[in-house]
Design a protein around this ligand. Structure first.
Ligand code: SAM
Length: 208
């Protein structure tokens, strides 16, 4: 269930529901990449409870400020919002149990750096549950250099195959991608299709 906390200000700009897989447990430490106005952080905070903790990371001070005010208004105190880049996450190695994100990874110019950072900050056995847009078709020529497509969270979207390969190259295992549905195709090149998807993967526990 996703519902607005009381007094929440600002919009949810997500494209899916990173909670749909039900991965959060009481006491866990969670990171939300690109937390925006903070809705998913506040929902996660409720799920992990007082023994858990949720970090929200966003690239803009304005969003960090708004999300902090939303947390105060909702009287949620097991959260912290940080300003920073998802390609250089300001958290220690192996410090997070679950990483969630909602319509943000597509905005990263260098996905390889982001995948490496996700792997670094997760504890062994930790998981990602990421909602994002992806190309169901091959990426149309010129999509990555079209500023309008980038701004609508489409220009930098990966294909399904690129998600699998990128996560595997970073060290993740058990990747699965659940296509949730077609996304608006306004302004897309003829024949191109964008879908909303939920990506799950796990950082393996070293053996031996
Ligand atoms: C489409 S909005 C989604 C916000 C939020 N996840 C939600 O569901 O409402 C994308 C967010 O990602 C943030 N963002 C963009 N690039 C980022 C980066 N490199 N590192 C961290 N956050 C970033 C933006 O500031 C914005 O708040």
């Amino acid at each position: 269930m996703r519902s607005l906390p009381q007094n929440f200000r600002g919009a949810s700009l997500g494209c899916g529901n990173p909670f749909a897989l039900g991965r959060l447990q009481p006491g866990q430490t969670v990171l939300d990449l690109g937390s925006g106005a903070g809705l998913d952080v506040l929902l996660a905070a409720k799920q992990v409870g007082p023994d858990g903790y949720v970090y929200g990371l966003d690239a803009t001070e304005e969003m960090v400020q708004l999300a902090t005010e939303n947390a105060e208004a909702a009287e949620v105190d097991n959260v912290e919002f940080m300003c920073g880049d998802m390609a250089r996450i300001p958290l220690d190695d192996a410090s997070v149990d679950v990483i969630i994100s909602n319509c943000v990874v597509n905005l990263a110019p260098e996905k390889t750096d982001v995948f490496a950072e996700l792997f670094r900050v997760l504890r062994p056995g930790g998981e990602i549950a990421i909602s994002d847009l992806l190309w169901e078709s091959e990426r149309p020529v010129g999509a990555t250099t079209d500023p309008d497509l980038w701004c609508s969270c489409v220009g930098g979207a990966l294909t399904e195959r690129e998600w699998y390969r990128g996560l595997e190259a970073a060290g993740f295992q058990g990747t699965s991608i659940r296509i949730e549905g077609a996304w608006a195709d306004d302004g897309l090149p003829e024949g191109a299709r964008i879908v909303s998807a939920l990506v799950f993967a796990r950082k393996p526990v070293p053996t031996g």
